[in-house]
Design a protein around this ligand. Structure first.
Ligand code: PAF
Length: 284
């Protein structure tokens, strides 16, 4: 397993893999790897000849300098984990390699980036769309893997790939959860062990709404209310948003119909912002 820092080196490896007709699976990450990332890597390993994981804490997607500063970084630990999962290459460039002086081109996906995470974190999706474009142009993956937990990011990347004509297939992997049900996230580390267990209230409330959906409830306001009422029972939880949305456009719906629909939640939990979602309807 080689750790690559230079974009030129990554280019030439990617070029050789293509010349040798190897399928390339790509898992973009910001490091601080947990079981959720490793699930993406496993999926890539199963489907592709060569697996490339990028580790890059992307400054342009942080709207809060403190958040960027305290983002956990441990390349040695991450590389050791990835070696166990039989990854072929790690691409871990420095910020200057990606954003050299004079950098001034950004990718903006309009519309579906405005609400929810986009509203709470202005500029976040512009940073994500920009780095994903740069990484896809360097690695040229056949398939790239993303986690369902970041539902809006998934919608943004699918839109980006369709609009800019990338050949990369996007595979979305179900959310990996802690024993309590809490969605895996590097942010979970910031919670005390007690708060971490209590944070399962988020998925439990979402699941309660899904249960009602299965019993026939189609009204978005009623489903949202079930989640809000579950969350209101936990004093550590302060709700940012709960909504029933079309999975592709992130537009709120009034009634759950035939298109793929999610119920999403963002909660400030003991001072840590956590997000999660459940799929109500796969779409037909
Ligand atoms: O989901 C993430 O970790 C990041 O947003 C991504 C896709 C690696 C881009 O920096």
């Amino acid at each position: 397993m080689e750790i690559i820092n230079r974009r030129q080196r990554m280019f030439s490896i990617a070029r050789k893999l293509r010349r040798d007709s190897k399928t390339v699976g790509f898992v973009p990450t910001m490091g601080a790897l947990h079981a959720g990332h490793l699930e993406l890597v496993k999926e890539a390993r199963q489907r592709c000849d060569s697996v490339i994981v990028s580790i890059f804490v992307n400054p342009t997607q942080f709207n809060d300098a403190k958040d960027l500063e305290r983002y956990p970084r441990d390349l040695t630990k991450d590389s050791a984990l990835l070696a166990e999962y039989d990854v072929d290459h790690i691409y871990a460039p420095d910020a200057e390699e990606i954003y050299p002086p004079g950098f001034s081109t950004y990718v903006e996906v309009e519309g579906l980036t405005k609400g929810f995470e986009g509203a709470s974190r202005p500029g976040h999706f512009r940073g994500v769309a920009t780095i994903v474009t740069i990484l896809f142009n360097t690695v040229r993956p056949d398939i790239a893997f993303f986690g369902q937990k970041d539902a809006q990011q998934v919608a943004v990347i699918k839109r980006l790939v369709a609009d800019l004509g990338f050949e990369t297939e996007i595979v979305v992997v179900p959310t990996v959860r802690e024993a309590s049900g809490l969605a895996m996230s590097s942010r979970n580390e910031r919670l005390s062990p007690d708060a971490r267990d209590l944070a399962a209230v988020i998925i439990n409330s979402l699941r309660a709404a899904k249960m009602e959906f299965k019993r026939g409830e189609r009204n978005a306001a009623a489903l949202t209310q079930i989640v809000l009422s579950g969350l209101s029972k936990e004093p550590l939880a302060s709700v940012d948003h709960v909504a029933v949305v079309d999975a592709a456009t992130m537009e709120p719906v009034e009634r759950v119909g035939d298109t793929e629909t999610l119920i999403i939640a963002a909660v400030e939990f003991a001072g840590v912002r956590l997000i999660d979602n459940v799929l109500l309807n796969r779409g037909q």
